[in-house]
Design a protein around this ligand. Structure first.
Ligand SMILES: C[C@H](O)[C@@H](O)[C@@H](O)C(=O)CO
Ligand SMILES: [Mn+2]
Length: 596
């Protein structure tokens, strides 16, 4: 089973709510107990009604046993949270409380404080006081202060506050959930791609993720010795024959592989897919087959496969394996996507993981291959780009590892979308499969054959492309470009696509321009992109990525997210408010990685 019991082992972090209160008895505290606890109950309901874990279950929220009026109750809440597996904390209050006595001191827990905007009691005064304490103690915390004054006793949560609570909680849960998991490097460095030098210090210190390494010979051993579930293999192969239609062979006739060889390749790529998954998360079926060690897996939340070149020069390429694992469905039905980075580009794997944990959707892995200026498109095709594409396009295309969800054949309100697996219908999964053809791999590149997925992403999807880069002396930096997928007239797409490898999946991406810096033009976006790859997530999630990056102390070096969606710990403002980009760098540098 794809979603076997091992997949979610360890469970999920909970959110802990800390209602803080003025500790003075004989009047003040008593008058505030109900209002304060009701704020906590309201926030807990908001979070569990709106947020889900990667397995689709509602997020669990626990509330401290009592309001927190001083340090003894702070400690009691901390011990309850530790027992319950709380990974994110939100402090709520309508009133003045004692800052350093009531704050959450756990440095690894992302934390926020919502100070009620009312004037009968000064919740906002506490908010300011405690946030200054967090800054002073080097524990960055997010401040939430509603824009409009509310009446004392109101239990409503205003829309702006809701947005911040949810944005904070999503990113906080991502931080807490990835901690303690692994990046599984299957193979080593692919074709000199620096992102596939899996950097243990980065994963360990910034993400709390262990790096695990297996040689690609492990695939050969498992295939030769039959270390996979043979019943699942038969089921998978039958499903593939039924659902994965083979497209035309684009290779020159002289180097095309035989039918017999092609059939064999199908068998190999199906086995590779099962093996990679078992390596990542384990498989209890293997224990039943007396492979107890292999049954355990590597506790991997994300992985990468080197492929090129040692593997692909001899064996079928990893495209099928990567595309299917990255998708939200396979022969076992609809299930959560796995995150598998092509060419073992672990830095792209990291942003795939970020996008996935923030949205619970599949992520498109792609080369950022070509900037097509409007003039170039017109010169080559006679077509004048219009609409979202009027300023030019980026051609996102890799050999075929992109998630099939990236076809855009799922819909939300009638529009193309990529959804969490629990919202995907059987018909939609089928449409994604039907929109994809499996093209015999370009043998000049892939001597060992295999199949590349070929599809064209439907236009009109809001999308966010991101990329993590490592800079010596600085550390990781994040790039974010929000934009739209674009549909071109068929002949225009064909002409442009045939100039590359038309057996690969294409997404035409138009970033949103702001007229400034790296978003002055589409050319600037391309010219500033830090590496050969990007990860593309459905929706405009740049704001959530920025929040997550600030929790992990990863500065953002380019983004086109409007200011009202940028939400970082309050202390960031103390590094300067005019030039937020450089303030972000200095704040991240000052507080340093979470796990160092
Ligand atoms: C087949 C080629 O080697 C491609 O895989 C290559 O251009 C890349 O994808 C580089 O990122
Ligand atoms: Mn690539």
């Amino acid at each position: 089973m794809a979603d076997n019991g091992f997949r979610w082992q360890g469970g999920f972090p909970k959110i802990g709510i800390r209602p803080t209160i003025d500790g003075r008895r004989k009047g003040v505290r008593e008058s505030l107990e109900d209002q304060t606890m009701n704020m906590a109950i309201g926030v807990a309901k908001l979070l569990s009604d709106n947020l889900r874990y990667p397995n689709g279950a509602p997020v669990e929220v626990v509330i401290a046993d009592s309001c927190i009026g001083g340090v003894a109750e702070s400690a009691a809440a901390a011990s309850k949270f530790a027992k319950e597996g709380v990974g994110v904390s939100i402090t709520v209050t309508p009133c003045w409380c004692y800052g350093t006595e009531t704050m959450d001191m756990d440095p690894a827990i992302p934390k926020a404080v919502w100070g009620f905007n009312g004037t009968e009691r000064p919740g906002a005064v506490y908010l300011a006081a405690v946030l200054s304490a967090y800054a002073q103690k080097g524990l960055p915390a997010f401040g939430i202060y509603g824009e409009d004054v509310q009446d004392a006793g109101t239990t409503d949560i205003p829309e702006d506050v809701k947005g911040k609570l949810l944005g904070f909680a999503k990113a906080g849960l991502a931080v807490a959930y990835m901690r303690g998991k692994s990046y599984l490097s299957m193979g080593s460095v692919s074709m000199g791609i620096a992102g596939s030098i899996v950097n243990d210090a980065f994963f360990q210190e910034y993400l709390g993720i262990r790096t695990e390494y297996v040689d690609m010979t492990e695939f050969v051993r498992r295939m030769d010795e039959g270390i996979y579930d043979p019943a699942e293999y038969e089921k998978a192969l039958a499903w593939v024959k039924e659902n994965c239609k083979e497209g035309p062979d684009n290779n020159p006739a002289s180097i095309q592989t035989s039918r017999e060889r092609k059939n064999k390749d199908w068998e190999t790529v199906v086995k590779m897919t099962m093996i990679a998954r078992d390596l990542m998360i384990g498989n209890p079926r293997l224990a039943e087959l007396d492979f107890g060690e292999e049954a355990m897996g590597h506790n991997a939340i994300v992985s990468g496969f080197q492929g090129q070149r040692q593997w692909t020069d001899h064996f079928p390429n990893g495209d099928f394996m990567e595309a299917i694992l990255n998708s939200s469905f396979d022969w076992n039905g609809i299930r959560a996507p796995f995150m598998v980075a092509t060419e073992n580009d672990s830095l792209n794997g990291a942003v795939m993981l970020f996008g996935n944990l923030l949205t619970n959707t599949a992520q498109i892995f792609a080369d950022v291959r070509t900037y097509w200026s409007p003039a170039s498109v017109e010169r080559v095709t006679g077509h004048k780009l219009t609409g979202a594409a009027e300023n030019g396009l980026l051609h996102l295309i890799n050999s075929g590892p992109a998630t099939l969800d990236g076809t855009g054949e799922q819909t939300k309100d009638g529009k193309p979308a990529m959804k969490p697996f629990w919202e995907i219908t059987q018909e939609e999964a089928q449409k994604c499969l039907d929109a994809t053809s499996w093209r015999p791999a370009s043998v000049e590149y892939f001597r060992g054959g295999g199949y590349s997925s070929d599809f064209l992403t439907r236009g009109g999807m809001p999308m966010t492309m991101s990329r993590l880069n490592l800079v010596k002396g600085v550390g990781p930096v994040l790039q974010i470009a929000e934009g739209y997928s674009v549909e071109l007239p068929e002949h225009v797409h064909d002409t442009l696509d045939k100039r590359t490898d038309s057996t690969w999946p294409t997404t035409w991406f138009a970033p949103i321009l702001t007229g400034e810096g790296s978003f002055k033009s589409v050319y600037e976006v391309m010219d500033n992109w830090g590496a050969n790859h990007g990860s593309i997530s459905f929706g405009h999630i740049g704001g959530d990525l920025i929040t997550l990056a600030s929790m992990l102390r990863i500065p953002v070096c380019m983004h086109n997210v409007p200011n009202d969606r940028v939400f970082r710990p309050r202390a960031w403002g103390l590094f300067g408010t005019q030039d937020q980009e450089s303030a972000d760098y200095r704040a991240c540098d000052n507080f340093g990685p979470l796990y160092k």
